[in-house]
Design a binder for this molecule. Sequence first.
Ligand code: HEC
Length: 146
Amino acid sequence: MKKALMLSLCAVLASSAFAATDPVSARQDIFKQFKKDAAAMGKMVKSDAINKEEFSKLAAHLDAIAQQPWQHFPAGTASGQAARKTDAKAEIWSKPAEWTKAADAFKAETAKLKQIAAAGDTASIKNQFGAVQKSCKSCHDAFRKD
Ligand code: HEC
C-alpha cells in the first residue's frame, strides 16, 4: 500500500517536472492563462457590467504574465519540429524582428490597460480592452497556425 502510494507520487512529480521544463507546454500554459483573463474581462465588457476592482486585478495579472511566454520559444520548437504538438509557425524564427515587435506591441497594450483600468472610466477601459484583443489577433494571424 505504502509502496504503491510512493510510486504514484513519483509518477506525479515526474510528469510535473517534465511539464515545467518542456518549453512548448510552458508557453501553452501561459497562453491558456491569457485566455482565462481575457475571457473574464470580455464577459464584463460585453454585459456592460464592469466591476472595476475585479477588472483591475485581471488587467494587472494579464500584464504580469504578458512578459512570460516569449522566453519559451527556443529554436527547434516550431510546428513540425518539436516533440510536442505546437501551433508555433516557423516565421517566429525566420522573422525575429517582427516577432519581437508583435510581443512588444502586446506588452505595451496590456500595460496601458492595467493603467487605464486602475484609473477608471468605462469607455476608455472598453476601448483599451479592444486594443489588447487586436494585438492578440494580429500576432496569431502572423505567427500561429489556425
Ligand atoms: C506575440 C505573439 C502572440 C500574442 C501577442 C498572443 N499570442 Fe496567443 N499564441 C501565440 C503563439 C505563437 C501560440 C502557439 C503556441 C504553441 O502552440 O506552441 C499561441 C497560442 C495561444 C493559445 C493556445 C494555447 C494552447 O492551449 O495550446 C491561446 C488560448 C492564446 N494563444 C491566447 C492568446 C490571447 C488571449 C492573447 C491576448 C490576450 C494572445 N494569445 C496573445 C502567439 C501570441
